[in-house]
Design a binder for this molecule. Structure first.
Ligand SMILES: *[C@@H]1O[C@H](CO)[C@@H](O)[C@H](O)[C@H]1NC(C)=O
Ligand SMILES: *[C@@H]1O[C@H](CO)[C@@H](O)[C@H](O)[C@H]1NC(C)=O
Length: 289
């Protein structure tokens, strides 16, 4: 009995460790809902459900898509889109969108519109169209603590150079930087190239002016975002979500952690078996007497 419990505890702690390892793409950034509610079991609800299903299905083969579900009456129309971060594989994109859709459900029950941004993807739906409409309103701004004073000039210089690269990068998904300073920018796929550039210029400009000498910065506007992190970020507590640009390195070190966890699990299992057999022998010995 004790052994069973012990095993259970080990299994639980191992699986929670796996979850922590795989969760960075799925971790929550922000979410919101409209004030207006729909009536449960209404045509709007069934349209919304088919929209959300379409989003999740589409994310298995495309990193961006938009859908409009027409109802029998104009007030039942629902619009929606999702955008995965440009470096996600299709399976990761689908997992992320499914996670985001389920979060809109718990965050915005019976709201006509909702939006959720996770680290790896963005999902939005509403009964008023927003598809193809640029939106530069600040949704979330986060600036990290200032970098060490003696490194400030150097890091800010590198960051601004990296941001210049992001600005001129082109495309809806942009990464930049090297070593100490990393940057990332993403537009929602419904913007034209020109609108994307305009939105990112606004996000990058704000990051530079509003996050000063911060060791990381996140600027999420309505239809695009730009982020940067410095190597100082990793050491800072709560900066765990900001090591976004090193996804390949993170992956290999995560694989290392997984292997380590599996080995520890196996060793613990073997130790338990030895203890179990020793215990069994004692019981048998005692019964034999
Ligand atoms: C969205 O739904 C709400 C509540 O049903 C309604 O008041 C509003 O007019 C709708 N907006 C549009 C654009 O249909
Ligand atoms: C929405 O999707 C349709 C069909 O996939 C596409 O033709 C259209 O350009 C998209 N609209 C926007 C605003 O992205």
């Amino acid at each position: 009995m004790m052994i069973m419990i012990f095993f259970l505890i080990i299994t639980i702690s191992l699986s929670s460790q796996f979850q922590a390892v795989s969760s960075s793409i799925d971790s929550f950034v922000f979410g919101g809902c409209t004030q207006q509610k729909y009536t449960p079991d209404s045509p709007y609800e069934s349209n919304l459900n088919s929209l959300l299903t379409s989003l999740v299905n589409s994310a298995t083969y495309s990193s961006y898509n938009n859908f409009t579900i027409l109802g029998s009456s104009p007030q039942d129309v629902v619009y929606g889109l999702y955008q995965c971060r440009g470096d996600l594989s299709m399976p990761d994109c689908a997992t992320c969108v499914a996670r985001a859709v389920s979060q809109t459900g718990s965050l915005c029950p019976t709201a006509c519109g909702g939006a959720v941004q996770l680290q790896g993807c963005y999902v939005k739906y509403d009964n008023a169209t927003f598809l193809g409409v640029e939106d530069k309103n600040v949704v979330l701004k986060k600036c990290g603590p200032s970098v060490e004073y003696d490194k400030e000039a150097e890091i800010v210089g590198r960051r601004d150079a990296m941001m210049g690269g992001l600005m001129s990068g082109g495309g809806a998904f942009r990464v930049g930087g090297s070593g100490e300073v990393q940057g990332l920018a993403q537009c929602v796929g419904d913007l034209s190239a020109g609108e994307c550039q305009d939105c990112l210029s606004a996000a990058i400009g704000r990051l530079k002016t509003e996050c000063g000498a911060a060791n990381y910065g996140d600027m999420y506007l309505g239809k695009c975002y730009a982020r940067f992190s410095t190597s100082a970020t990793a050491a800072d507590t709560g900066g765990g979500d900001h090591s976004f640009a090193k996804s390949h390195n993170d992956k290999s070190s995560n694989d290392g952690e997984k292997t380590f966890a599996i080995i520890i699990g196996l060793l613990a299992g073997i130790a338990l078996l030895i203890i179990f057999f020793a215990f069994l022998r004692k019981v048998v010995d005692r019964n034999g007497k």
